[in-house]
Design a protein around this ligand. Structure first.
Ligand code: AMP
Ligand code: ZN
Length: 427
């Protein structure tokens, strides 16, 4: 279909590349990384044992504990002089993960990001405003590298700084906005507040780094006048942002199966879930040099989307990231995911997309409070009845009671990074 960056591979060609990449990765890791060598030896495996893609299932897992043990340069598989860059995760869940990159890793990553811009419908005439963190975090570097490689115009503003942000947006006529979902909402509300809607030339948003709800997305799409928006996925361990992108058909995220293998496994049994079921994303890189990943347990939850995509792209898809297994909170013995709370709130048009869960413990008993906001322009008259209705819906869906508080629109914190939805004040 004449793509410059997106590959078009048949199932056989893809499998061939995956097998070659898997063999290379296993050989490379075994020969150059003591931690991997030990894991293989413990299981009585040698690189030559990988003869087909089915052999992936025999390989040992890697997890965040392996990254911690090897801190600060975990799973390093190249001599230090070949490392040209390090990055760190945003550190929202525990200690920051630090990962190393060779020049080839950087080049692979910029190609992945270029695929994202291409799939989002950008051309070299687009002006891409990048409103994510630069520095240790992968986001800024990834979006910028990819944008330049793709050949569009980069407007590297970084996160926050709303004055400069809206100035560049209006004066330079950015067509594409790259940010977290939270930052997209913040920018949208800022543009609205300043009455700049007519000056904004944005056509599309590429947003990610955290879960979003349909409500949140509708809101920033509407306020920014976007024609379309695309969920981008990624993580520091696997280069950074751009491991996959939602296409214009909006039926899942295409991921780069020629660069990594994705398994969806039951987190308890570590066996594949039934087709289309939700499980943990487990990834194996196919050409990553500095820190190869073999069956790395990401803790992100999603499912595979079966069948061919309406957009015609021959790359497999997974659903959006539905949450992380370590997001789960236990309230009075009941397992609760923040996404479940968001789902309930989505049913109430009287409410905005924002929420915050506050957990406390009084005399050994857990209490869950959920703070929500009235939708823009709604009067406060019915707050009490609304809180009651939301509380009842929550009880029904989560099987645990919550004290719901309805606040003014805009009262809950907005952020240009990832939103923190849970405040756990229990010891
Ligand atoms: P970091 O390595 O700090 O960039 O964080 C990566 C993590 O952010 C992933 O493992 C996911 O849990 C989360 N994440 C990234 N992109 C998305 C997205 N589009 N939707 C939901 N969660 C995401
Ligand atoms: Zn598609």
């Amino acid at each position: 279909m004449g793509h410059r960056f997106l590959p078009d591979l048949s199932a056989d060609e893809l499998a061939e590349r995956q097998l070659a990449g898997l063999k290379w990765t296993v050989g490379h890791a075994f020969a150059n990384c003591p931690a991997y060598e030990r894991k293989f030896r413990e299981m009585g495996l040698r690189p030559g044992d990988v003869k087909s893609l089915d052999d992936l299932a025999r390989l040992p897992f890697t997890s965040v504990e392996d990254l911690r043990e090897g801190y600060p340069l975990p799973l390093l598989s190249v001599p230090e002089e070949d490392v040209v860059r390090i990055h760190g995760s945003s550190g929202t869940t525990g200690k920051r993960k630090i990962l190393a990159y060779t020049q080839k890793d950087i080049d692979t990553w910029k190609g992945m990001m270029a695929r994202c811009y291409e799939l989002a419908g950008c051309t070299r005439l687009d002006r891409v405003q990048i409103c994510v963190g630069y520095g240790l975090w992968t986001a800024g570097a990834g979006f910028q590298l990819g944008c330049e490689h793709f050949g569009a115009m980069t407007l590297p503003v970084g996160p926050g700084m709303l004055d400069i942000q809206v100035q560049i947006l209006a004066d330079l006529g950015a067509t594409t906005l790259c940010s977290t979902a939270s930052m997209a909402l913040l920018m949208a509300e800022e543009v609205e507040k300043r009455g700049l809607r007519g000056k904004v030339r944005l056509q599309r948003g590429i947003f990610g780094a955290e879960p979003h709800t349909p409500k949140m997305r509708e809101r920033f799409e509407e306020l920014l006048g976007l024609k379309d928006s695309f969920d981008i996925v990624g993580m520091t361990e696997l280069y950074g942002p751009g491991t996959g992108l939602e296409c214009a058909a909006h039926d899942g995220v295409h991921y780069w199966a020629d660069l990594y293998i994705l398994e969806i496994l039951d987190p308890e049994t570590l066996r594949p879930v039934a087709p289309g079921e939700i499980g943990e994303m487990v990834v194996t890189s196919l050409c990553k040099e500095a820190a190869p990943l073999i069956r790395y347990r990401t803790r992100d939850l999603t499912r595979l989307v079966e069948g061919d995509c309406a957009c015609g792209l021959r790359l497999p898809r997974h659903d959006k990231i539905l949450g992380r297994s370590d997001d789960m909170i236990i309230v009075r013995g009941v397992n609760v995911y923040p996404g479940q709370v968001a789902e309930v709130l989505g049913r109430f048009p009287e409410l905005s997309s924002e929420y915050q869960i506050v957990l406390t413990r009084v005399e050994g008993k857990d209490y869950m409070a959920v703070n929500v906001e009235r939708a823009e322009g709604r009067a406060s008259g019915g707050d009490e009845a609304l809180a009651k209705a939301v509380g009842q819906a929550m009880q029904k869906s989560l099987l645990v009671s919550a004290a719901v508080k309805v606040m003014d629109h805009g009262e809950l914190p907005r952020t240009f990074a990832k939103s923190r939805r849970v405040l756990d004040e229990r010891q």
